[in-house]
Design a protein around this ligand. Structure first.
Ligand SMILES: *Cc1c(COP(=O)(O)O)cnc(C)c1O
Length: 356
């Protein structure tokens, strides 16, 4: 059996949610579980996060999976529906819908049947999804007149740079939203993980953390553990071969790494076919038998070469940890020019999953 294994620690998820609540004590928590729970497995993540007040998903299929578990939580479709045919499932699954585009309003206007709970999404500066914030008051009154819309409206917006060291753009987005949402008698939701941590004023009625629940950080130069969260996923494998190199020997495709002196390397059964990033440069940290080592040469589809200088007793069968609580995924992401979210989302289907 292939040794590549993703182990999800359920207690970490539960503990991270509890910490998010402590940091935003007055807000309700919509746990964001899109992309299969950031790659951790939607069902196991939802069970571990069942203390959340709602779940946020990106597609109806994910909402169906949650209802299939018997979850009675509010489930919010973060981009709503895009065809009239979607509304049958929206109703039967009792889903909340984000509305962000006039095309969705047109669909709702033609609808008859039980009212649908709506979160109106406004663009306050990210220029991705959302109605212009200046339309907040008018849209709220329009929706309150529509029989297909439930009366308890929510207003939301999303920050472009809440994890950036410069705070101005987030402060501007927040001020704009709060000014226009005032007096609308709608619940307000602004904060992703970064804003939950860095902008307490953004908490309002609902916070929407994703990354921190999995123990991940989107702040440059800071890991999940730096922020007090526990990484929920450990990606591990084993060494399947040991090699003795002489000075000048080139390693792997393209020979991009050349041994500066005689050295021992180990070959681990993990590669980009498992979701380990191919762009990880030589020197990317890995743990071999718990010792911090570095990769050498290019990442292959199935294999990864590791400098064993720091783990002289390692042999075939030694454990290799690619990321986890003792090696935050942010350190690997930095070496591969990406973010930790992409790493956990990218673990492929051939990797076995286990939960503890
Ligand atoms: C993904 C997402 C979030 C969560 O973002 P994190 O950085 O993972 O906390 C919140 N809100 C919306 C609308 C999202 O799409």
């Amino acid at each position: 059996m292939r040794a590549a294994l993703a182990t999800v620690q359920l207690a970490a998820l539960t503990q991270n949610l509890a910490r998010a609540r402590t940091l935003a004590p007055k807000a309700r928590v919509m746990a964001i579980v899109k992309a299969d729970g950031y790659g951790h497995g939607l069902e196991r993540v939802a069970r571990a996060l069942s203390a959340a007040d709602a779940f946020g998903v990106a597609c109806i299929e994910d909402a169906e999976r949650l209802r299939g578990l018997g979850m009675l939580h509010r489930i919010v479709l973060l981009a709503g529906f895009d065809e009239p045919a979607d509304l049958r499932l929206v109703r039967s699954l009792k889903l909340d819908c984000v509305l962000h585009d006039p095309s969705q309003l047109q669909i709702l206007q033609r609808e008859r049947g039980a009212p649908i709970r709506v979160w109106l999404k406004f663009d306050t500066g990210m220029h991705r999804l959302g109605f212009p914030i200046e339309q907040a008051a008018a849209l709220c009154s329009q929706l309150r007149e529509m029989p297909s819309v439930a009366p308890d409206l929510h207003v939301m917006s999303h920050f472009a740079s809440a994890d950036a060291p410069t705070r101005t753009s987030t402060e501007q987005q927040m001020a704009l939203c709060l000014r226009h949402a005032q007096g609308l008698e709608a619940g307000i939701s602004l904060a992703n993980s970064a804003a939950l941590l860095a902008f307490p004023q953004s908490h309002q009625q609902w916070v929407r953390p994703g990354g921190i629940l999995y123990g991940l950080s989107s702040f440059p130069g800071r890991t999940g553990p730096d922020l007090g969260f526990v990484p929920a996923m450990t990606l591990s494998s084993k060494l399947i071969a040991i090699k003795q190199l002489q000075a000048g020997d080139a390693v792997g495709y393209g020979g991009s790494f050349i041994a500066p002196q005689a050295m021992r390397i180990g070959i681990a059964a993990i590669g980009y076919g498992d979701g380990y990033p191919r762009h990880a440069a030589s020197g990317t940290p890995v743990l071999v038998d718990g010792q911090r080592c570095g990769t050498v040469g290019r990442v292959s589809m199935d294999l990864l070469a590791i400098d064993l200088t720091a783990a002289p007793r390692a042999q075939a069968g030694s454990s290799v940890v690619l990321w986890g609580p003792k090696l935050p995924a942010e350190l690997v992401a930095d070496a591969a020019d990406t973010i930790s979210y992409e790493l956990t989302c990218g673990v492929t289907r051939r990797v076995r999953f286990a939960e503890i």
